[in-house]
Structures are given as C-alpha cells and as structure tokens.
Design a protein around this ligand. Structure first.
Ligand code: LCS
Length: 421
C-alpha cells in the first residue's frame, strides 16, 4: 500500500502510530480497522474484473495481492518510516528474502554487515550463492570496511543498526553515501530500533526492513514483516515479487499487529527507560565484565546514537564473569525474565545468541562478527525496573557459586559448545 501522506504529514510520531492507516471505508463508523477475513473479492461484472486485473480500475481482487486490513497496516508503517509505500510480509524473514529476491540477480555482489540476524546472514551465505549472488561480510560499525568491500558489481549494502546481537551501530548517513557512490541500494533492517527511534530513509536508505514480530507488534503473539521503500519504483518491484512468491501477510495477522502498533510509543518509552537504568546497573555489577548499550557513554558509538536515533532502544548485550559458564548460570536462574529468543515485547527476555539465534553461523565467523560465546542478550520490557533489577541481581550473584562443575552443569556447557539450533 502506498502512503497517504496528505493525511498524516503534520502529525508527530505517537499520533501517527495511533492514527496512520486509519480506515476510510467505514461502513458503520467503526473506530478500529475491521478484519477483512476474505481470500477473494467479488467483481461487479466480468468487465470490472478484467479492468481490475489490467490496473485500469482500482479495487480489490485477491488477498495474496491486497487486502484492506493489510493495507491499513502497510500505510501505518510506511508513514512512520517516511517511505513511499510498504509491503507487509508473512514473517520478518519473508521481508528480508523479498528484498534479496527483488533486487539481486546472478553475478551481483552484496556487502552485508557481519553482525546481522543469523538467518538474514545464512540465507546470503548458503542460499543466494546458489543463484550466483555473492556476499562480502564486513564489520559495518566501521564505514571504511564497507567502502573497502565495494566493487562495481555491488548492487546492495545490507546492514542492521543497532546490530543483532552486538548492539553496535552502523552510521546510516555514511553507509548511504557509500552505497550511492557505487550505485548500490542501501537496505537497512530497522527491527531493533523501530521507526519510533530511527528512520533510515531520512538518512538516505532506499529500503527499510522490519520483523514486525518485535517492537511493532510488541506482545510476543504474532509473527510478521514489512518492507518500506523510499520510492515508487522500488515499491512496485517489492510488491510484485512478494505477491508472486507468496510472501504476503494475511488480514488477521495484520489486524493483530496494527493493534500492537497503536501503543508503540508508550511501550518503547517505558522499555527504554528501564533499559537505560538496567544498563547502568549492569555496568556497575561485579559479576558483569562488559555492557553494550548505546545510551552508555562507554559505548564507542554513543555520539552516533545521539545523532541518528531519538532514543537508545531497549536491547542490551553483556558479558559476565566465568564466560559461557557464567552466562548459563545467569540464564538458568532468572525468575521473572524469560529465557527465550525473540525480542521487543512488553515482557523482558534473555537469550544466548552463540547457541541460539546465531548458532547457524560458523563459530569462527561468529567471533569475528563480535558474537562472543559469553555474550548474553537482554530484550528489556515494560515491567517495573526494580523487579527487573532484583531478578538480574539475584541470578548474577549465583555466578561462581559452583566450586566444582556438577555433571548436570558440565552436560549443559557441552551442549552449548555443540549448538544444534
Ligand atoms: N531481522 C532481525 C533484526 C531479527 O532480529 C529477526 C528475528 C528477523 C529479521 C526475522 O524476523 P522473523 O521472521 O522472525 O519475524 N530475530 C529473532 C531473534 O533475534 N530471536 O528470535 C528471532
């Protein structure tokens, strides 16, 4: 769906999240967008059907192509990101793969951040390569690495910021300038920030990707994705490819995500306030060896975060004493915080990327990308800060408690070293 900027251009972010994509075709004055749970749409006549297929007549045809509820969500996210239009997809990975499939052909090269979500990386490494597309992975927190990897055949620069899971940043304006110089597209996965905190198109990105599963939905109950494009040509391309390959979203899923999106600002404001306090608490905890959070002045890109983000986000990664063993003790002893992958919900989650979300990346490449074995990732939710702090504190204090490894602990450590996820 293309944005109707006329309606929302003057509105600020919280208002936009609540109102954009508001449904115009109201039948009964309903305030919430209805769920159009239909796979297909009746044509008034055969001539109308033909006219809709040829594009001469506007109107719905079939829900894999367009659906009013899905269009409402697309319009909301496109407006928040300041894009021309957006295409909703069944999952975040469907958004990532739609972007790869739309813009890459045999012989093209991609320069991608080495620290990106595991599946976004593996799809390039082991699937796109089968179609003759090669990728150079670089630490995109240093722009000179991107520049050095660029070749005349480079068609896309693909980055995340903040990165999953190192929470390092990519300089968006700098990456956009390099991509432009080489005639390549800049695609940015904005999942970790959400459009409430960062709008890559304002910094020159051509394409923005979201796993809506995370902050935009925000309730750990739906999977979904979105591709937002800066211009009409890219929008038409993604729309065509996502529809043809069947990557698009269903109306019930769209409705649930739209419901979550309406409170994006409230949730992110609360969670990032907690995250800032927890990052400071972790930094001062004797069992914690390092903390990566863009709001801390110790984060090497703190100044960049202030330039390109409207807040420091809700994701923290950190290392603990006794490395991997300490991390296991921490994760097994939290009581309120849930040991689970995913992120961006109202509930706080903790996980171990090297054995879980990023286990499919070979160990040496993982370490090179800054995904250390001891790294623990925390998605901070909206609970009361004191409860989160107390839970982390009691679990951290268990680290080092074991003087000898029990057989059970040893078995767990061995399992981590042979990631099977
Ligand atoms: N992009 C980013 C940055 C992600 O973190 C994820 C999923 C995806 C894309 C894919 O989205 P999905 O298809 O799952 O909606 N990240 C996950 C994670 O870190 N833990 O579990 C899933």
């Amino acid at each position: 769906m293309k944005t109707d900027l006329k309606k929302t251009v003057q509105l600020r972010k919280s208002t936009t999240a609540i109102h954009a994509g508001g449904f115009e075709h109201s039948l009964y004055g309903e305030v919430s967008v209805p769920i159009f749970q239909t796979s297909t749409f009746a044509f008034p006549s055969a001539a109308d059907g033909a006219a809709r297929f040829s594009g001469k007549q506007p109107g719905y045809i079939y829900s894999r192509l367009d659906n009013p509820t899905v269009n409402a969500l697309e319009e909301s996210v496109a407006t928040l990101e300041g894009g021309f239009g957006a295409v909703a997809t069944a999952t975040g990975m469907a958004a990532v793969s739609s972007v790869y499939l739309s813009f890459l052909s045999r012989g093209d090269l991609v320069v991608a951040g080495s620290c990106i979500y595991g599946s976004s990386r593996v799809i390039l490494e082991s699937e796109l390569i089968r179609y003759g597309v090669e990728t150079t992975f670089v630490d995109s927190s240093d722009l000179s690495n991107i520049e050095k990897a660029m070749r005349p055949e480079t068609k896309m620069v693909f980055v995340e910021t903040p990165m999953n899971p190192s929470i390092k940043l990519t300089d968006l304006a700098g990456a956009a300038a390099i991509a432009k110089k080489y005639g390549a597209l800049l695609a940015v996965d904005n999942t970790f920030a959400s459009p409430y905190l960062q709008r890559p198109i304002e910094f020159g990105a051509d394409i923005v990707i979201h796993s809506l599963t995370k902050f935009i939905n925000g309730h750990a109950d739906v999977i979904g994705g979105m591709v937002v494009t800066r211009d009409e040509e890219r929008y038409d391309r993604v729309k065509k490819v996502a529809s043809l390959f069947g990557n698009t979203m269903d109306p019930h899923q769209a409705w649930l995500i739209l419901r979550g999106l309406r409170t994006l600002a409230l949730r992110v404001d609360r969670a990032q306030e907690n995250a800032m306090k927890l990052a400071r608490f972790l930094e001062s905890h004797p069992k914690v060896t390092w903390v990566s959070y863009p709001g801390l002045s110790s984060h090497p890109q703190h100044e960049l975060a202030k330039r390109q983000m409207d807040g420091f986000g809700c994701m923290i990664s950190f290392g603990v004493e006794n490395g991997l063993e300490g991390g296991i003790t921490l994760m097994n002893n939290v009581r309120l915080i849930t040991l689970a992958v995913s992120l961006g919900g109202v509930e706080s989650l903790i996980e171990h990327p090297a054995s879980m979300t990023h286990a499919s990346i070979p160990a040496d490449e993982r370490r090179e990308a800054g995904i250390f074995d001891e790294l623990v990732r925390l998605s901070v939710g909206c609970e009361d800060f004191e409860d989160l702090r107390n839970d982390l504190d009691q679990a951290l204090n268990r680290i080092g408690e074991y003087e000898i490894r029990t057989p059970a602990l040893q078995a767990e450590i061995d399992a981590f070293q042979e990631p099977g996820c």
